[in-house]
Design a protein around this ligand. Structure first.
Ligand code: ADP
Ligand code: MG
Length: 634
């Protein structure tokens, strides 16, 4: 036998382990749920792989989980005859946390009090490491199905682990916990007692589809074959009449399939009978997983064929914009050994995908109608994902648009629907106004809203990066165009009022012509045009883009993503009633060559850029203008 090699946990893994050991969880018994869950996953994986590679199983056709207790040695071992791990897999999966978002999660955890830290860890799900809540040393011996040698991993959770080669007779994994002393006040019961193990398995893992048996150390091998009676009922939860299944059962099943430690927000199930038969049990999680917006994030539903799992994260049956949904689909019509390739072309799958999309949208609509509080929670977690549906899925757009929620100038604390907005529109108003920006705050402070506020016209505030894309795709709601108040010109008020104000502006255009021409000349290529506006009441100037141009928000997003947006010129709009503009006009009328006009032009333009949340094009130049003006006037 080779000597043991000592290795260090990856930094992130070490941090998570620390959190686990200094236990945020009082509920320490869930370590068993996590180990059984991993065992069950490993058996699932073996079964799925063996569908296409029968040799993997060899002579040992048994899929089972055995829990072995040794009350003298104070150890508890969970054996599974699953897929097992190669040496490298042990390093990659046990010594490392590879999931996207880990670093960000831990960064965010740093200054959080215990409760929040617990919640965040919960949504991340740190399965295997939970063993260290109940044990001060853990050893794992494993042999991958189809391979000869085994690997022994051992650690006391203090930053290092040892790896060595080991004989392992049976394929699969055995995890031995050297249990901490019993301390019932702190949630550490005597986990070597049969009745304790039975209770925990019943409570958290009853639905696991493989037999789980209990065995005292030293007893003759008592496997299912030797007629030991499994502790768990093994009944797939979706196949049982729902009157038989408690909410706790649904919750535990959710935790098992989602790897989420938090309870779901809602579950719902449905059944299709007829030409294509399938059953489905679906969940809305209560919190978004860390990797929801990473390309590497795993999503999809578990796909079963007549209660046999054939695919773990089947993406083909769930549109991407519903990727936050978890659950299972059990079909009666698919072949057991269908390949991913075939799956994509299968007519049943296309049909199931359509049905699922429809059912999920129905469930969302129902939630939005009957349980606004929970719908709001869901929206806050997953609204951005649903917006992808509006943006990219033409068929779903109409059904999704009533589900959208927006910040708006109408109410700072409550989000609004498009229908509610429409119901508050002025009689003469025929557009739905919105403004995009970096955050609710920068939008709410934007000068573009002034005239709208003065006329009491509501404006939607859009601050998600995807919003630009979404409003572009949506274009209108029930015949009312969506219109950005930062683009082109806006018409406020009734026909008559609009005509009046246009006439008024035209008249003053002549009056202000010299000022506008001079400003345009001073600002050069920074602006396309300088014109008068009626959209301002309190500010002197603002910048807008042409109707067909990109908004500054979209420009910023593209730049952040490393893109190079076209160099667009802004249109500078002046408020002819503003004191600054009036005085500046007087100054220009008196002396076109007044050197201060240079600085004023720079400040007006720079100030307007800052107000829309953009960066100054040339901060040094802006600063020089500011200093010159200040020194001249002090
Ligand atoms: P998760 O189950 O969410 O992936 P865990 O911390 O529970 O996270 O497990 C980490 C990984 O370790 C698993 O994804 C799996 O690859 C591996 N693993 C854990 N337990 C077993 C086991 N009994 N058999 C095979 N692989 C396992
Ligand atoms: Mg796990």
């Amino acid at each position: 036998m080779s000597t043991a090699e000592t290795m260090r946990f990856q930094a992130e893994a070490r941090q998570v382990l620390d959190l686990m050991i200094h236990s945020l969880y009082t509920n320490k018994e869930i370590f068993l749920r996590e180990l059984i869950s991993n065992a069950s996953d490993a058996l699932d994986r073996l079964r799925v792989e063996s569908l296409t590679n029968e040799n993997l199983l060899g002579k040992d056709k048994l899929f089972e989980i055995v829990i072995e207790a040794d009350s003298d040695a104070r150890t508890l071992t969970v054996h599974d005859s699953g897929i097992g791990m190669s040496r490298q897999e042990v390093i990659d999966h046990i010594g490392t946390i590879a999931r996207s978002g880990t670093r960000e999660l831990l960064e965010g955890l740093k200054d959080q009090p215990g409760e929040l830290a617990r919640k965040m860890i919960g949504q991340f799900g740190v399965g295997f490491y939970s063993a260290f809540m109940a044990a001060d040393r853990v050893s794992l011996s494993t042999r991958r199905a189809g391979e000869a040698g085994g690997t022994l991993w051992e650690s006391d959770g203090n930053g290092e682990y040892t790896l060595s080669e080991a004989e392992k007779f049976r394929r699969g994994t055995s995890i031995t916990l050297h249990l901490k002393p019993v301390d019932e006040e702190n949630g550490i019961e005597d986990f070597t007692r049969e009745w304790v193990v039975r209770r925990i398995v019943k409570q958290y893992s009853d639905f696991v589809t493989y037999p789980i048996t209990f065995k005292e150390a030293g007893q003759a091998a008592k496997t299912v074959e030797a007629e030991a009676k499994p502790i768990n009922s093994m009944k797939p939860i979706w196949a049982r009449p729902s009157s038989d299944v408690t909410d706790e059962d649904y919750t535990e099943f959710y935790k098992h399939i989602s790897h989420d430690w938090n309870a779901p927000l809602k579950h719902f199930s449905f059944k299709a009978e007829g030409r294509i038969e399938y059953q489905s049990l679906l969940y809305f999680p209560s919190e978004a997983p860390m990797d929801l917006f990473f390309d590497t994030g795993r999503f999809g539903l578990q796909l079963y064929v007549r209660q046999v799992l054939i695919m773990e994260n089947c993406e083909e049956i769930l549109p991407r914009y519903l990727r936050f949904v978890r659950g299972v689909v059990d079909s009666s019509d698919l072949p057991l050994n269908i390949s991913r390739q075939r799956l994509q072309e299968d007519r049943h799958i296309t049909q199931i995908r359509k049905w699922i999309a429809r059912k999920v949208i129905d469930a969302l609509t129902e939630l939005a109608r009957n349980d606004t509080e929970n719908y709001e929670k869901l929206w806050n977690q997953f609204g951005r994902v649903l917006k992808e549906g509006v943006s990219f899925d033409v068929e779903a757009r109409d059904k999704l648009s009533p589900l959208l929620r927006f910040d708006s100038s109408n109410d700072a604390d409550r989000k609004t629907t498009l229908a509610e907005y429409a119901s508050r529109m002025k009689p003469e108003q025929n557009e739905i106004f919105y403004l995009t920006g970096e955050s609710r705050r920068t939008i709410a402070d934007s000068p573009h809203l002034e005239a709208f506020a003065a006329h009491d016209i509501e404006v939607l505030f859009l601050s998600d990066p995807i919003d630009e894309m979404m409003v572009g795709a949506l274009d209108e709601y029930e015949g009312k165009k969506l219109k950005s108040v930062g683009k082109g010109t806006v018409a406020i008020g009734g026909k008559e009022e609009q005509n009046e104000s246009r006439k008024d502006l035209n008249a003053r255009q002549v009056e202000y012509l010299d000022l506008m021409t001079l400003l345009k000349a001073k600002l050069g290529s920074d602006v396309r045009e300088v014109r008068l506006t009626n959209r301002l009441t309190d500010s002197a100037a603002c910048l807008v883009v042409a109707d067909s141009d990109m908004s500054p928000q979209l420009e910023r997003i593209l730049r952040l993503q490393g893109g190079q947006p076209p160099d667009q010129q802004r249109i500078m709009e002046l408020n002819p009633d503003h004191d600054i503009v009036k005085k500046l006009k007087a100054r220009v009328d008196a002396d076109k060559d007044d050197p201060a006009i240079d600085e004023f032009a720079e400040l007006l333009f720079g100030g307007a850029l800052l107000a829309e949340g953009s960066e100054l094009k040339d901060p040094a130049r802006f600063n020089r203008a500011l200093s010159t003006l200040m020194s001249r006037h002090l």
